[in-house]
Write a protein that binds this ligand. Structure first.
Ligand code: ATP
Ligand code: MG
Length: 473
């Protein structure tokens, strides 16, 4: 395994502890990622010093979070980049009520106790860090009481201790197991997986915000499709997103080999966006198909599936407690995922599409389309799609308002020699309509010539209207 170096700014954490004779260890995901040669993004330490003692070591750059008993130290590296380092006093597992939160934080006596309350063996290792004379930082020793290193080699997620008990203490660990497996491409050890299956229904006790956080991390992970499959096989998906299970075995129209479920998972896997809401939209883009399927084989249709699907997606967004803004994005991306890239569309139609989806969501809906295409066995793009993207950009450059028109009210008054009045606005609107049809027409010389013609046309129309009104009376 290629080991990544530990950055030297970490010495700012270690040194004060060592000078004051406290124990200090790097723990959790950082140790796991270090051993895997992956970039470390969370710096978590554990110590025998109490929170007030820790704060005393960092009087100027630390704050204390009461709820978790964690002191956060703010470090700056050479380039003034901030890193937050979390330091937690040794803890042990408190008594759990309701498979959720421990009733209160219980301090542990030593490192071993702290590691034993952690969820999986690969997350339950600690590293002793040594600071060399030249300030270089080196990992001296890995403390690994539960065989985490061995499981890293075997690529296994294994609960620390009795898996049944551990999932009953905190049911969210079941989704964490699958999320971490999807991030690392690991499998879940047999007994651990059996315990998840047995305790799956306990997930009902977990707050949706916590479920969403893990679920979103799964959606953006490298093995996300596998992750959804694991959730299904573990019996967890039916509590989180039963709508997706309805897609299993729903055949698509004839040219698709996969059922809607498999197509959805493949689309998710291929979606190029790293935004969890966009990835969720990709997973759910065909969620309306099970309810709208009519006919069989070549004659199968899913009329209005994007309308039905968008409603289902909205329900799911509410359930996962997405922000109002993200609920709306999810809805729009599913609602409009069927957009047409026909080269014969008018600019007007393309503008209508932009208005409906929202300018700020265009990149995202194209990412949904890319996932959908690749997930359906098509090539990543087509000349039609590329042309459509170009036109999206082009029509956005075209005038959307009268302000962008190359002639204005003064021009109209001057050419026609008329005073200000409603007629000026009418003529400008008529010119605008011409330009909207064809952007080449937004040319000052051409428009100036049009002014008398347009004026004449409006007068004629007015006269005709008056006349027909007169006839009616
Ligand atoms: P990532 O690299 O994706 O952030 P992580 O392992 O750092 O993964 P976190 O959720 O940040 O995951 O948790 C940090 C550490 O805290 C874990 O490695 C694990 O030791 C411990 N931990 C987190 N959640 C739980 C839990 N529900 N039960 C027991 N231990 C947990
Ligand atoms: Mg982390």
């Amino acid at each position: 395994m290629m080991k990544k170096k530990i950055p030297s700014f970490i010495s700012q954490i270690i040194t004060p502890f060592q000078e004051n004779n406290f124990e200090i260890y790097l723990v959790g995901g950082a140790v796991r990622d270090f051993l895997l040669g992956r970039p470390i993004h969370d710096w978590d330490f554990t110590t025998n010093a109490s929170p007030p003692q820790i704060q005393k070591l960092f009087p100027k750059n630390s704050f204390y979070n009461n709820q978790f008993g964690t002191v956060t130290v703010v470090l700056k590296d050479k380039n003034k980049k901030q890193t937050l380092v979390e330091i937690t006093t040794f803890r042990k597992e408190g008594k759990y009520k309701d498979s959720r939160h421990p009733e209160k934080i219980v301090w542990g006596k030593n490192l071993e106790e702290d590691l034993s309350r952690r969820d999986f063996t690969i997350n339950a290792m600690a590293a002793e860090v040594e600071i060399k004379k030249n300030q270089a930082v080196k990992i001296n020793r890995i403390i690994d009481p539960f065989g985490g290193k061995k499981d890293l080699k075997k690529r296994l997620i294994r609960a620390v201790g009795d898996p049944q008990k551990r999932f009953q203490e905190d049911a969210l660990r079941m989704i964490r197991a699958i999320r971490i497996a999807s991030q690392l491409g690991f499998t879940i050890e047999e007994k651990t997986f059996a315990a998840i299956k047995e305790n799956a229904s306990l997930i009902k006790k977990i707050a949706w915000e916590r479920i969403r956080e893990e679920f979103f991390r799964l959606l953006v992970s490298p093995f996300c499709a596998q992750g959804i499959l694991f959730l299904y096989n573990a019996g967890l998906l039916k509590y989180i997103m039963p709508e997706l299970i309805a897609a299993r075995g729903v055949a698509q129209a004839k040219h698709h080999v996969d059922d809607v479920w498999t197509h959805s998972l493949k689309s998710l896997q291929f979606c190029p966006s790293k935004d969890p809401v966009v990835r969720l939209a990709t997973l759910l883009h065909d969620i309306g198909k099970p309810a709208t399927a009519r006919g069989e084989g070549e004659n199968r249709t899913f009329y209005n599936h994007e309308v039905v699907g968008a409603k289902i997606a909205r329900t799911i967004g509410q359930r996962l407690k997405l922000s109002k803004k993200d609920q709306e994005r999810l809805y729009l991306l599913v609602r409009h995922h069927q957009f047409s890239v026909d080269e014969n569309q008018t600019d007007k139609a393309i503008r209508r599409f932009i208005r409906r989806v929202g300018k700020e969501n265009l990149k995202d809906i194209l990412d949904v389309r890319t996932g959908d295409r690749l997930g359906g066995g098509a090539k990543k793009t087509s000349w039609r799609l590329e042309l459509f993207k170009k036109r999206l950009a082009e029509v956005q450059k075209q005038p959307f308002s009268l302000k962008d028109l190359k002639v204005n009210g003064h021009d109209v008054m001057k050419v026609l020699n008329i005073p200000p009045g409603p007629a000026v606005g009418k003529i400008l609107n008529a010119l605008f309509a011409l330009v909207e049809e064809d952007k080449e027409k937004n040319n000052r010389r051409w428009l100036l010539k049009q002014i008398p013609l347009v004026a004449k046309k409006i007068i004629n129309e007015n006269n005709a209207a008056k006349q027909s009104k007169g006839e009616q009376q």
